[in-house]
Design a protein around this ligand. Structure first.
Ligand code: CUA
Length: 317
């Protein structure tokens, strides 16, 4: 299946329309500012060419206001664009708190998606229409970049780090998703699809896709299988801090530094636990870097996030 190469990708979100408007206006501004220079250059090159009899006496008049205006007006216009694009940049990096979270793991050469329900997809991601969706992304190997032209969003996907993207698609349809960072032999075929569905179609798809224990549920299974619960289980705090309700809390490290527990902190604490040890505990946890793949780490993180009190994962009110 090969899609035709479009000169202008479709617009599948309000944000995409705003990006196009910004680029179009900036294109017009640059044309307006540079066109007089090139047009006058051409006219004068002809008028004052060698051998042509023309009046070459230098003009004596100085017009200070004219000179000031051609510096100040372009400056103000460009500053307007600076604030306009900065506002959009901040907006693009601030997902709404109630956004639907979908995990993305990139690896040579495929895209894997995990929904909170537990549904998993490869090279294809279903999303509901008109709802904010946040992608939490990481790579299993090298640097990739997730690019959805129809949504005008692109973000590098890095190993050992979570990056994010968010969008709110407002037109149902199937849109291409690409890798926009050269990542090896099959980079060019690391492509997928974003399928935007109406709420009821999406709900039907979600039900059909199954849950496979749910994301947090799979994390809970791992938590016990790996033996995490022997040190981090409910009521056990001799060797390790309790993880109940850990997400979003501020913890003090042995170094005296205080950190807020987020996805990245949890990931690092599983992969390289002795880098940031909680104050009052010995650095005895084994690293899980070579043991878990990124999807499993995301499952564990989802489980820890779901915990409120008691054992991690016990859902509070
Ligand atoms: Cu992955 Cu290019």
């Amino acid at each position: 299946m090969s899609a035709p190469i479009l000169l202008w990708p479709p617009i599948a979100s309000a944000y995409a329309g705003r990006v196009d408007l910004l680029i179009a206006c900036f294109g017009v501004l640059v044309a307006l500012l540079s066109a007089p220079v090139f047009i006058l250059m051409a006219i004068w090159a002809v008028r004052y060419r060698k051998g042509r009899r023309a009046d070459r006496t230098p003009g004596q008049d100085r017009n200070v206001w004219l000179e000031v205006s051609w510096s100040v007006i372009p400056f103000l216009l460009i500053m307007g664009f600076f604030f306009w694009s900065t506002a959009m940049f901040l907006d693009a990096r601030t997902p709404p708190a109630d956004a639907l979270v979908i995990n993305v793991v990139a690896k040579q050469w495929m895209w894997k998606f995990q929904h909170a329900s537990g549904a998993r997809e490869i090279n294809e991601v279903h999303v509901p229409l008109g709802r904010a969706v946040r992608l939490t992304m990481t790579s299993q190997d090298v640097i990739h970049s997730l690019y959805v032209p129809a949504l005008r969003i692109k973000q590098d996907v890095l190993p050992e780090r979570y990056t994010q993207l968010w969008f709110n698609a407002d037109r149902p349809g199937t849109y291409p998703l690409r890798c926009a960072e050269y990542c090896g032999t099959d980079h060019s075929v690391m492509i997928g699809r974003v399928i935007v569905q109406r709420e009821e179609d999406y709900a039907r798809w979600l039900a059909r896709a199954g849950t496979d224990g749910g994301l947090a549920g799979r994390g809970q299974t791992l938590f016990h299988r790996l033996g995490c619960s022997s040190c981090h289980g409910a009521g056990v705090t001799e060797r390790a801090p309790s993880l109940a309700g850990i997400y979003g809390r501020t913890v003090t490290l042995a170094s005296g530094r205080a950190v807020r527990v987020d996805d990245q902190y949890l990931r690092d604490s599983i992969i390289l636990p002795n880098k940031d040890v909680t104050a009052g505990y010995a650095p005895i946890m084994p690293p899980y870097g070579g043991v878990l793949d990124e999807e499993q780490v995301l499952e564990l993180v989802a489980y820890l996030k779901s915990s409120r009190n008691g054992e991690p994962g016990e859902r509070g009110s």
